[in-house]
Design a protein around this ligand. Sequence first.
Ligand SMILES: [Zn+2]
Length: 393
Amino acid sequence: MVRVLVDLIERLTVEVADVRGVVRCRWCRFKTARVHDRRQLKVKDLPTQGRETTLVWVRRRFRCDECGERFWEDHPEIILGRRTHVTRRLARQVVRDVNHLSIREVCRRYGLPWHYVMRLVGRWSDLVVAARRRRRCKVLLVDETSLRRGHRYVTVLIDGETGEGLGVVKRRDAKALAGFFTQQGARWCRQVKVVVTDGSPSYRAAIRRHLPGATHVVDRFHVARWFAAGLIEVRRRVQRIGDKGSRPAFDPEIFRSRYLQLTRLDRLDVERIEKLGRVLARDPQLEAAWRMCQHLYGIHHAPDDQAANQALGAFLDTYRDSPLPEFERTITALVDWGDEIFAYHDTGRVSNGRLEGTNAKLGLLKRIAYGFVNPQHFAQRALLQMPAVATSP
Ligand SMILES: [Zn+2]
């Protein structure tokens, strides 16, 4: 039964009541038709043609003839809260909208309190993630991100094959990761075949302990950073021409071409190669550093393990001829993380394409993250972002 109470340009209020005369007792399941009491409840609904819409639900309280207990009726389309009540279709829309709108905008759009929306989204996110976590995961991606630039770190876990977020846990140490693995259980851990992380020793410690059967790969973006670090440091040293405070302080040609120096040679056209040649000719150390960096890139872009080893050999040969101290740390990383760097070739086919998409998603997540203070709120929304939700609350 539906009756319009208020019909204004900006607001629509409709009275609704269940027409079923007979209901089952909540306690003994016996049928009853004896209405004991009635109360009006305001229920928020989806806007009707842009108008804020409220239902006034005449909720009945029944008295059971069988057991004598009293009980309030329920409605399958209404979600009752402590103070705020909404229709199921509004809840569904809210959960969809938070993927592209801020919580504040969602609240304004539907006239809902902030904490109510947060709780609704949080509960839904928990349900979605619990279901995801029960499924097996063959490729696990682990990354860290911060809620605000530089502090409050969290560890993000993603299924590399589906792109679904599996968890966002506080901190970025071995304990954080180990806690997740313990929660997932030994059976789930055994099914993980490939795990991708950055070059953090604490992540590696947790993986060796809990995922001994998985192949551990260092994320190629982090490896590229290790590879480029030596060249960047050499460039910073050789570009300085005057004393501090003099102008220009840097050789402008070397400084301005810093990104060109870091680009893979096979990505450059003839014109840019010529330009690069002129820059490198200005300093023999810069040229040696550039050569080493390109050999290092070659380790990753080699088609197989053998070609990767050739690239590593070429790098070490160049280093022997011009042992630039800036590359010492790169060599330490190569020795320490060799297995995880070279494992890229065994698993590249599995993770490469999907990693790209996931990294884009993580980038998006990081941009959203800067507005968050509460790690739990961030976790719940971030997990809903990966990927869009298809089902309903
Ligand atoms: Zn009863």
